[in-house]
Write a protein that binds this ligand. Structure first.
Ligand SMILES: *[C@@H]1O[C@H](CO)[C@@H](O)[C@H](O)[C@H]1NC(C)=O
Ligand SMILES: *[C@@H]1O[C@H](CO)[C@@H](O)[C@H](O)[C@H]1NC(C)=O
Ligand SMILES: *[C@@H]1O[C@H](CO)[C@@H](O)[C@H](O)[C@H]1NC(C)=O
Ligand SMILES: *[C@@H]1O[C@H](CO)[C@@H](O)[C@H](O)[C@H]1NC(C)=O
Length: 444
């Protein structure tokens, strides 16, 4: 479960450039319908924005109208958040603007059809035809829906606010407060926990940083052992104190927070003694939880469970993981709900969740939607076109230890070290690539 957290740590380098180079290959322009086909996309971070970018390139707004609903109104690129834990300047950059999301859209200037829109709002209800936004009560009818709300994490990775100014301010307060801690314990040796420990030790070589992980090597056992072994060695050499094969039970209030509107000033912070399950004691004055990313699909629950048990949709959302059941084409796993796609962390597709993979799944959804919509526009409504299954062939991951070190695995199982990780991920945690794909200039 831990590795789902990091969602992030992806191997920017290689296939991304190729994935982003989408071809504009609509040969026969399909006819324009009387009303545009309505596509609603919930969540615009990795999977959602990639689905949108692909779709609006292939159709004019008179053919397909896209409404993007995102609670933050930004693509919040949480894979980069471990850097924000130590750098106040970096924090606002993690909120990537969606202002250029439709730059690549085709427009039919003769048409009166409305332009695509981004709506900042929280979804309060969904059914087979509509999505309702809580703040305005507005109901958006759709022909196709893309559910891409992914996973959310607690502070310090994501602040529980949707307003950028407030979210940035809270995160910066956290960063200032953490700077004054002397000994930090990070719970969870998935990519997020490892990268956080690495960032802290890089920025503050005098702090004692302890990382607790439930397995005998870092990361999840779903990943190759050779990679995990190298990363574990490197993390130790880097100076992170590893407590492996052990767990720490803690209460939500044990997780350190910056506190109030002012930074914490109870200096020096009181040192606490934490005892692991195996009985080891760790002294620290700051605790970070890098476990417990939550898949954000609660807004589907009421619909799936409406009229209680025995409804046809009960069980489409897993009670424990909150993931949504999809078929191998990433469509909802129900014969009546094939017009709903779930790319990225929100689906139950069995793979390590990473931002990189979410981007890829979003692009695949754009392609499949293109096929479905083309068929619909051309009036050949008999029979559903055959969609090919999703083939997961992404096997690369880079885990940083601060901006200059790290270990990664590349296709064919090749293990790479500091140099490659620094070159492809270290300087900005692949955030600049998120800007590139959203056609926004990376802030200096
Ligand atoms: C546009 O549609 C074609 C298939 O008709 C697909 O191959 C292509 O990838 C689509 N473009 C994007 C950007 O998704
Ligand atoms: C990306 O944005 C720039 C302006 O920031 C604009 O000139 C350019 O045309 C955009 N790219 C595309 C593909 O629309
Ligand atoms: C449909 O999407 C899957 C991934 O979900 C992709 O592998 C497949 O190529 C897509 N099919 C078409 C026809 O684009
Ligand atoms: C962001 O990081 C990538 C990979 O490390 C690097 O190639 C790129 O130059 C960086 N961009 C900026 C603006 O720093």
């Amino acid at each position: 479960m831990l590795y789902t957290i990091a969602a992030a740590s992806l191997a920017a380098g290689l296939p991304l450039a190729y994935l982003l180079r989408n071809s504009l290959c609509t040969t026969m322009a399909p006819p324009t319908p009387a009303q545009p086909i309505r596509v609603v996309v919930i969540g615009a971070s990795c999977a959602g924005s990639n689905a949108v970018i692909g779709l609006v390139r292939n159709f004019t707004q008179a053919q397909v109208h896209v409404t993007v609903i995102d609670k933050r109104g930004h693509a919040y690129y949480y894979p980069a958040s471990p850097r924000g834990v130590v750098s106040k300047d970096f924090i606002p950059k993690i909120w990537v603007p969606l202002t250029h999301l439709f730059d690549k859209a085709k427009y039919d200037s003769s048409s009166l059809a409305p332009r695509h829109v981004v709506v900042q709002g929280t979804v309060s209800a969904v059914d087979a035809q509509t999505v309702t936004v809580a703040e305005t009560g507005q109901v958006y009818a759709y022909d196709y829906l893309v559910v891409a709300t992914g996973t959310t994490f607690a502070s310090p990775y994501v602040q529980d606010v949707n307003d950028k100014a407030e979210g940035v301010q809270r995160a910066q307060r956290y960063t200032s407060a953490l700077a004054r801690a002397r000994s930090v314990v990070v719970v969870g040796g998935g990519p997020t926990g490892i990268e956080t420990a690495g960032e802290i030790l890089h920025s503050y070589p005098d702090k004692k940083v302890t990382l607790i992980h439930g397995d005998d090597l870092l990361l999840s056992s779903a990943l190759p052992e050779k990679f995990r072994w190298r990363l574990t060695q490197r993390a130790r050499d880097f100076g992170i104190e590893l407590v492996l094969n052990d767990r720490l039970d803690f209460q939500p209030e044990d997780v350190s927070q910056a506190g109030g509107p002012e930074e914490r000033d109870d200096l020096p912070y009181p040192v606490r003694t934490f005892t692991t399950r195996a009985g080891k004691t760790i002294e620290a004055d700051w605790l970070i939880s890098a476990i417990g990313g939550k898949v954000e699909t609660g807004y589907l629950d009421a619909w799936f469970n409406s009229a209680d048990k025995g409804t046809p949709y009960a069980g489409l959302r897993d009670d424990k993981t909150h993931t949504i059941k999809v078929t191998d084409t990433l469509q909802l796993d129900h014969p009546d709900l094939k017009h709903i796609f779930v790319p990225g962390d929100a689906n139950n597709f069995p793979c390590t969740k990473t931002a990189f993979r979410s981007n890829f799944q979003g692009q695949n959804v754009a392609k499949n939607l293109t096929v479905l919509i083309n068929q619909r526009l051309s009036g050949k409504s008999s029979g559903t076109p055959k969609l090919s299954p999703y083939v997961d062939n992404i096997n690369a991951m880079l885990v940083t230890l601060g901006p200059e070190a790290g270990v990664g695995i590349m296709p064919l199982g090749i293990i790479v070290g500091d140099w490659v990780v620094r070159k492809f991920k270290g300087s900005n945690m692949t955030l600049s690539r998120a800007y590139d794909s959203l056609n926004v200039t990376y802030p200096a």
